[in-house]
Design a protein around this ligand. Structure first.
Ligand code: ZN
Length: 322
């Protein structure tokens, strides 16, 4: 039994319209599902991904309108690492992000930047036989586009505290002292620790949880494994687009194990993904009450980089950070 890399990463935004402009407009991801937070249907849960809405490229945001900025600390994921194909892609993204008013930091085969709310991203040139998970965007050639997740980096006070749980409980393969590979039959991803004692604060621009991908058949068995390794795992929760189990790993990072499928085409056709407000069946009877209260969003496919500058801080940094 092997987990198939990262399924999705969920973060928090205090500004959903700006979030759509950045992720769909600048980064060129596809908004594949516009739905509400199942626990609070007055606010959005937005899902961005590749063209097909695949696990492995799915970055999602809970909307907390006006939420203050958070700060990543021990027990939180602090950076999303994406695959790109080449140095030419680094060149392209350095220029595109700069044109959008986002400051970037270049390393060898890497490019780092933050979203308008301070969530850190890194693009890395990776050689892999995993399928590139790409979205279509009129300003971004396919060979330069983001290709899905390579890794998440998390903060911990003590990387050794999680080792037994990750290796024996979840089958993570140690790569280096603070790095693990999570590779299944079809896809892989990485989990990397950076050490800090600092306490974080959940808020806009922070990651809420990372989900690892399981086949539907093995999902219950993964829950048993997590329980057996000492985690306080939730029961299986039906999220409609996938089923989920949640628990904290020993370093405090909130993990989810999510099924590959049924997926985002279970309630709208592929070509219309993300264009309508989707509600899970138990909320559908309340549509007339829910829909008018939600924040109006820009059309994600009309949003080009030129319309974005207004919403993004001059240097791409947070207040107090410059
Ligand atoms: Zn999730």
């Amino acid at each position: 039994m092997r987990l198939e890399g990262i399924h999705h990463i969920t973060a928090i935004t205090g500004d959903a319209p700006q979030n759509v402009s950045f992720y769909a407009g600048v980064l060129g991801l596809r908004l594949v599902k516009k739905t509400v937070n199942q626990d609070d249907p007055t606010v959005y849960h937005l899902f961005y991904a590749d063209e097909q809405g695949s696990p492995g490229a799915d970055l999602t945001f809970f909307e907390y309108p006006g939420a203050i900025r958070g700060r990543a600390g021990a027990g939180m994921v602090h950076r999303v690492v994406w695959r790109i194909a080449s140095e030419a892609a680094i060149e392209f993204w350095a220029r595109r992000l700069t044109d959008a008013g986002v400051s970037t930091e270049r390393g060898e085969g890497t490019l780092r930047f933050s979203d308008p709310e301070g969530l850190d991203h890194e693009l890395v040139v990776v050689e892999t036989s995993d399928e590139p998970l790409i979205a279509e965007h009129p300003e971004i050639p396919a060979e330069l586009a983001l290709q899905g997740f390579e890794a998440v980096r998390a903060y911990t006070a003590d990387p050794e505290a999680s080792r037994t749980f990750l290796e024996e409980g979840l089958g993570f393969a140690p790569d280096e002292a603070t790095e693990f590979e999570v590779r299944g039959e079809h896809r892989g991803g990485r989990y990397v620790y950076d050490v800090t004692d600092e306490t974080g604060r959940q808020g806009a621009g922070t990651v809420h949880h990372v989900a690892w991908a399981s086949s539907p058949e093995e999902h219950e068995a993964w829950r048993e494994r997590a329980l057996g390794a000492g985690a306080h795992a939730t029961p299986v929760i039906d999220r409609f687009y996938f089923r989920s189990v949640y628990f904290r790993e020993p370093s405090g990072v909130l993990f989810e194990i999510a099924t590959i499928g049924p997926g985002f085409t279970s309630d709208e056709p592929l070509e219309e993904l993300g264009t309508h407000l989707s509600l899970p069946p138990f909320l559908e009877p309340r549509r007339a009450e829910i829909e008018p209260r939600l924040t109006p969003l820009p059309d994600p496919r009309a949003a080009g980089s030129q319309v974005l500058r207004a919403g993004i801080p001059e240097n791409g940094l947070l207040e107090g950070e410059a």
